[in-house]
Ligand binder design. Sequence first.
Ligand code: ASN
Ligand code: ZN
Length: 321
Amino acid sequence: ATAARRTLQTGRPPLRARIDLSIDDTGSLVATLSDAPDRTISDAQNTETLPGTVVRTEDDPPVADVAVNEAFDGLGATFELLLAAFQRRSVDDAGAALQATVHYGVDYDNAFWDGERMVFGDGDGEVFRGFTGSLSVIGHELGHGVVQYTAGLEYRGQSGALNESIADVLGALTEQFTAGETAESASWLIGAGIFTEAVQGVALRSMIAPGTAYDDDELGRDPQPAHMRDFVVTTEDEGGVHINSGIPNRAFALAARELGGFAWERAGVVWYRALTGPLSSTASFVDFADATVSAAEQEYGVDSEVASAVRAAWTTVGVYE
Ligand code: ASN
Ligand code: ZN
């Protein structure tokens, strides 16, 4: 006997679907239809011209170029996290195709979201290896896409630091989801392994211990604060968006560790609800903290351990007194 079943995690028809076949308890063949990513990877061939030449699309097998496959797999991992944890269908929640360009520029020491696609440099080989080598970096860049389609947090000052922090949260969750790591066992590092051996440092940032990711002759000390008393007022970096993100990053990691288990299940859901709820594009840290507390109370109850862990985390980092 055969049975065809349609189980969509979102309850909506898929834009692009895959079919998984399995045998259920009664011996029936079950066909499960689920949402699937639609990825296109292009190669800028060390120019700064976007998008570059298409080198791998969704149904293509792996190619010889490692960066292409890392980008492809990283986009897939981020897509799976968004779907499994938040029932979100791609960056726009409408099944948008995922686009990335690799080998951008010459010795280019960064990766970015340009409003439409993820773009990855190869690194200079002295300080940085290629930027596709870290799943948390890929998840971070796609995370900027999610923020763009949701709260649209303005990229300066506290709202910019929240934009950066939410990108880090989605990057860390992508890595943890893919590796099956719990909040306790996870490293909470963003960009582990993208520094060369010449650098004294483990990663770009540490969410659980901001300010400790590197201490290097060339790069200097990791400038991220871990508490509001050390909030950095600066005109650089759009008002320190990559610096002050340490404060909300630590709040997330602390709440997730306090709750235990998989971070995307409770802390992640709370942060995602806050991001997708009625949040201003110019939200401050306190505004976002309030949004997470409201989300936790609505989802789990006013007296729930989730709501109290979220309140406690914002208090520990000094956003709440
Ligand atoms: N890698 C950086 C980021 O995604 C690039 C930038 O500063 N926009 O935040
Ligand atoms: Zn970013």
